[in-house]
Design a protein around this ligand. Structure first.
Ligand code: C5P
Length: 281
């Protein structure tokens, strides 16, 4: 069975405060993109029960090939349920350490895939519990649309921004700079303020910047000239909304017209570094 774990963008990323458990409370709208990895999970008689043969193609996965969010998701379920032998193939397309949530999507889709392929019949609550154990961004990928995400990442409520985002052009540019999530959170200064997230649906895209901020952006921008340049290029090309996603280093532009989006993609590609993706929301 083949699955397509998507990238996400953060619309705003407000860090509200540090919690007693060491994590941070945040608020952000997560938007799933049509830009995805490819994950195949199949029953494999040549693999022992409870084990999985994991292979990947595409982009290099830094660190150990035997310890990543896909293998951790499999282990989490194999420790609790009697699983048959499985083969798992990940074709890695989404840049990592990029703020796009690709690793989290892969992990959560592995839970979803094993649940389906092995007919485990896990409830949404069980899946949510397991996804939260895998990582803070993971629970979002259990559902399929835009969502307001709160808490550490475990409180997820669908949000309808289609009035503004329908037909919107998206350009995403990753400069190839890897940012560690824990390090980024350790440096951020929380500010107790929220946004009127649901009110965004009534605000034109070009004014979203007045309501949304990514609390990691200024620090990363100051430290990495490539991020600063990509943000500037998106704005110069005529983006209605420009922002960094997650802890970076990926930046994105939202455009109401395709000519500006094409110009932004060309300008970002001309910078000669990293990966650029362009598509419709
Ligand atoms: O949950 P995840 O493994 O993605 O988190 C990596 C690290 O990022 C955590 O160990 C924590 O230091 C930081 N983090 C945080 N608050 C969040 C999410 C992540 O402080 N809401």
């Amino acid at each position: 069975m083949v699955f397509f774990p998507p990238a996400k963008l953060n619309l705003g990323l407000h860090i509200l405060g540090k919690r007693p458990d060491g994590f941070h409370d945040l608020e952000s709208v997560f938007l799933p993109l049509r830009w995805t990895d490819i994950l195949e999970v199949t029953l494999d008689e040549n693999v022992s029960a409870g084990e999985a043969r994991f292979e990947w193609t595409g982009l290099d996965i830094p660190g150990s090939a035997t310890d990543n969010l896909v293998t951790r998701a499999h282990r989490l379920l194999a420790d609790k349920h009697a699983l048959p032998g499985l083969s798992i193939h990940l074709h890695k397309i989404l840049p990592m350490g990029a703020g796009l949530g690709g690793g989290s999507a892969d992990g959560t889709y592995t839970l979803r895939a094993i649940n389906e392929v092995c007919k485990l019949g896990l409830s949404p609550q069980e899946l949510a519990h397991d996804a939260a154990q895998l990582g803070s961004d993971c629970p979002f990928f259990l559902q399929d649309g835009a969502a307001l995400v709160q808490g550490r990442g475990e409180h997820i409520a669908p949000i309808d921004l289609n009035k503004v985002l329908d037909g919107c052009h998206v350009v995403v540019a990753n400069p190839g700079i890897h940012i560690g999530t824990a390090e980024a959170f350790a440096l951020v200064t929380p500010q107790a303020r929220t946004a009127d997230w649901h009110g965004l649906a009534d605000v034109p895209l070009s004014q979203w910047r007045m309501h949304l901020r990514n609390d990691f952006e200024a620090g990363v921008r100051a430290q990495h000239i490539a991020v600063d340049e990509l943000l500037t290029r998106m704005a110069e090309a005529g983006a209605d909304h420009v922002q960094m996603t997650g802890t970076g280093s990926t930046v994105f532009g939202l455009f109401t017209d395709s000519t500006s989006a094409n110009r932004a993609a060309a300008l970002c590609k001309a910078s000669g570094q990293g990966i650029v993706w362009q598509g419709l929301y």
